[in-house]
Design a protein around this ligand. Structure first.
Ligand code: LLP
Length: 444
């Protein structure tokens, strides 16, 4: 093995051939066998992250529920893994809920989120018997009350509160501040009004409160502040309505490493701050400790994902820069374009070589779809395999068919085995939903 050691995650290592290996599988062989672009998911790493969450929180507070936020990456196989690891599941749409139920995920361990759930989505949640519906607005409480009565059911709800905390992250993924589309504001009378309605309307059982303040967070202060504000609010509700709410969901948000400069807190540190903050707040307001729920997404699957691309033309513009084209881009990873997100990469078939070449990696879409604006990788040439790290969360989940690209396959790797968990889309899949009206069918 060469001297060079990049920052590796989970079961990633450099094997005897000098190739990147994940889950005991040589990534160059994976690229040959399953074609590229290819999402590779490290099963053991996902399981480890689930276990770390459970052990870190349950060792401090036995009753904690960890609900994986499926928006980060949801496929039927991922549902099976998460269920086997004893996590609950957060869904944010009929599609996510359907996927989970198709995978046999127990309904009572599922929550449904969304700032504008349709009647159809609410009915689906009621009929499937999901554990909690996280209600986001006053009109949704009314609608849910009506639908629940029509169905002869009682909806178990959490009320989403915007606690008024502005987090240090990309503005697109800040969600807890006053100026946000999500939830009922604490600083206006909306949250209090929501509680009043939820307590009085038939068909609704208010189990507790929910807040989610942002994503890819590195600072832990906001979690502490969040639990304090929520417990203070719960204590004030006890005063006003004589109700003691039993559950407090503090959302997700823990950041991960995308580059070597990113040093997120550990899950243990997060648990210390959240559980410590909750206990202090409960003591301060003399409030019985509610059952804590968390909803991590990115920090469960993010670093477990790697995308493999085939390298195309390498274009050197002397005195300017070198462009390396790969056979994917915006359609399989929109995060650089959306959030200026940065990633680390290496040439998978030369993984043991020292990175010496500064390049810009671009996709193959019909626009400037920069995937990695500036990265130093091993000397690269057409035909090589480029591995981009930390693509497990919000990549496949946000993939599109832009330029009529087929979305990549995903393989699950573990102990030398690789299994397809999402088949590569085909050209026929791309036209499957197209309809040509009869009047357009004849010859011109
Ligand atoms: N719970 C709720 C209510 C959420 O809205 C989210 C994320 C989570 C949990 C999970 O947060 P996480 O642990 O993954 O940070 N597409 C963006 C991220 C959007 C996050 C939306 N909500 C990105 O690619 O960075």
């Amino acid at each position: 093995m060469g001297a060079y050691q990049p920052l590796l995650f989970g079961t990633q290592r450099i094997n005897e051939a000098g190739h990147l290996e994940i889950g005991g599988c040589d990534s160059v062989e994976l690229a040959e066998r399953f074609d590229t672009p290819l999402y590779v998911l490290d099963e053991q790493h996902v399981r480890e992250r689930c276990r770390l969450y459970l052990s870190a929180f349950r060792s401090r507070l036995p009753q904690v529920e960890i609900a994986y936020a499926g928006k980060a990456l949801l496929t039927k196989a991922v549902c099976r893994i998460v269920e086997q690891e004893d996590l609950a599941l957060d869904t944010a749409s009929a599609g996510e809920l359907y996927t989970a139920r198709q995978a046999g995920f127990p309904a009572e361990r599922i929550k449904l989120h969304g700032n504008f759930k349709s009647d159809g989505e609410l009915l689906m949640a009621l009929r499937e018997g999901v554990g909690r519906i996280v209600v986001d607005s006053l009109t949704e409480i009314e609608r849910l009350s009506r639908l629940a009565q029509e169905e002869g059911k009682e909806a178990q709800i959490l009320l989403r509160v915007a606690p008024g905390i502005k987090t240090q992250t990309h503005t697109f993924i800040q969600t807890g501040q006053l100026d946000s589309k999500f939830g009922l504001s604490l600083s206006t009378s909306a949250a209090r009004e929501g509680v009043r309605m939820a307590l009085s309307l038939p068909g609704i059982k208010l189990q507790g409160l929910h807040s989610h303040i942002g994503s890819q967070l590195f600072g832990l202060d906001c979690f502490q502040k969040g639990s304090e504000l929520m417990v203070e609010f719960m204590a004030s509700l006890r005063e006003e309505f004589g109700v003691v709410l039993e559950e407090l969901d503090l959302g997700g948000g823990l950041g991960i490493s995308y580059t070597s400069e990113d040093t997120p807190p550990t899950i243990e540190e997060l648990a210390d701050v959240i559980v410590g903050g909750l206990e202090r707040a409960c003591a301060q307001f003399n409030y019985p400790r509610p059952r804590l729920i968390l909803e991590p997404g990115r920090s469960i699957v993010g670093t477990a994902g790697t995308t493999l691309y085939r390298v195309g033309p390498v274009k050197d513009i002397p005195g300017v820069r070198t462009y390396v084209a790969v056979n994917g881009g915006l359609s399989d990873n929109p995060r650089p374009a959306l959030y200026d997100a940065e990633y680390m990469a290496l040439v998978a078939n030369k993984a043991d070589q020292t990175p010496t070449q500064a390049v810009r990696v671009a996709g193959k879409h019909c626009e400037t779809d920069t995937l990695l604006a500036e990265v130093t990788i091993q000397p690269v040439q057409e035909g090589d395999i480029l591995a981009v790290f930390s693509t497990g969360a919000y990549n496949y989940a946000m993939a599109s068919n832009y330029n009529r690209f087929c979305r990549p396959a995903m393989v699950l790797v573990n102990e030398g085995q690789a299994e397809v968990i999402v088949a590569r889309e085909t050209l026929d899949d791309l036209v499957a939903q197209d309809v040509v009206p009869a009047r357009l069918r004849g010859a011109s």
